[in-house]
Design a protein. Sequence first.
Lengths: 214, 214
Amino acid sequence: MKLYDYFRSSAAYRVRIALNFKGLTPDDRAFVHLRMGNQRAQDYLTLNPQGLVPAFELDDHRVLTQSLAIIEYLNEIRPEPALLPDMPEARARVRAIALSIACEIHPLNNLRVLNYLTGTLGATDEQKNGWYRYWIDVGFEALERQLARNRETGTYCHGDTPTLADICLVPQLANARRFKIDLTPYPTLVRIEAACNKLPAFALAAPARQPDAE
Amino acid sequence: MKLYDYFRSSAAYRVRIALNFKGLTPDDRAFVHLRMGNQRAQDYLTLNPQGLVPAFELDDHRVLTQSLAIIEYLNEIRPEPALLPDMPEARARVRAIALSIACEIHPLNNLRVLNYLTGTLGATDEQKNGWYRYWIDVGFEALERQLARNRETGTYCHGDTPTLADICLVPQLANARRFKIDLTPYPTLVRIEAACNKLPAFALAAPARQPDAE
């Protein structure tokens, strides 16, 4: 299997964490440089018409896309350690936390969206950064409230075992740190992030530790 | 169980379709009027700090959020008819199609995002509508290419049985129609939409048929 990766893509970062948990190492890895526009090269678009990273190519050359779909797949073919709890209600809670990051924060701060703001809409850099911060704050405020008040929150987002929710949380916090967002209003998120980053599966997936890191 | 719904929310529309497939009727339904800002009322925020629709309250008062997490839950507690195929690779394909709508198109065209564009960034109505159309076209172009070229596409997005992918596709096409987007470049999407809307589970979930429709 082959991972199409980019060190700074938080969606690719999620998949790297999941692969580490499952003890799976792709036979091959390609680095798609997003800032240089390599995701729009014809070869890559043939592989993944979405023009997004990550993509995950199986040995039969089938290509899986969308980080959460890839992680659910990894969790199905290699059930241990489980990245989702057993009970349907708990699975729904974990997936909802993951989706509240993957659907409500991350897509708004994608590179192509920021480019549309400054390019097509003529937003200033200040407006673009304000936009970036605003959607992180809106998303984190809701998430902090959800996690802080819920008894199912433990060392990690759900109990004392890392799950898909943590796998989405940590890369999003890394993005927020890169944009120097004040994280003091989110003590629960920061506490969980610290617990996660003590685990090799998270630490080894960090952007700075990837071969294509700048 | 109780569904917090809004006729025009495409995320709620997805859950309505899934409930119909599973033959489940919520004992109660509340309508959260998004244009009147009812999702920001304190009562609703206590229930769902995300301030988004849908929310799904279980009999034990646990509240599930995020449409895809709710649908996966429904599919787990009531496996028939299955909304995901059996094989992991096929499940990944279906989830990726669903996520390419739920993560790459829908969040950019959410009401609160459009409000930020016109309110905070001072975008004109024309710019706002251009934004809306742009992200639908970008998403639909990729999806049309993915579906048209893949042999696993059948009557529906994946084979001849409706899945989670179709459940995301049909509401997104309804949004596109409401914005009078030219759909001729997307014949595969339109063909699948027509097949879906022949099924009562889809037809009965349509916005115009809900009690709160205007």
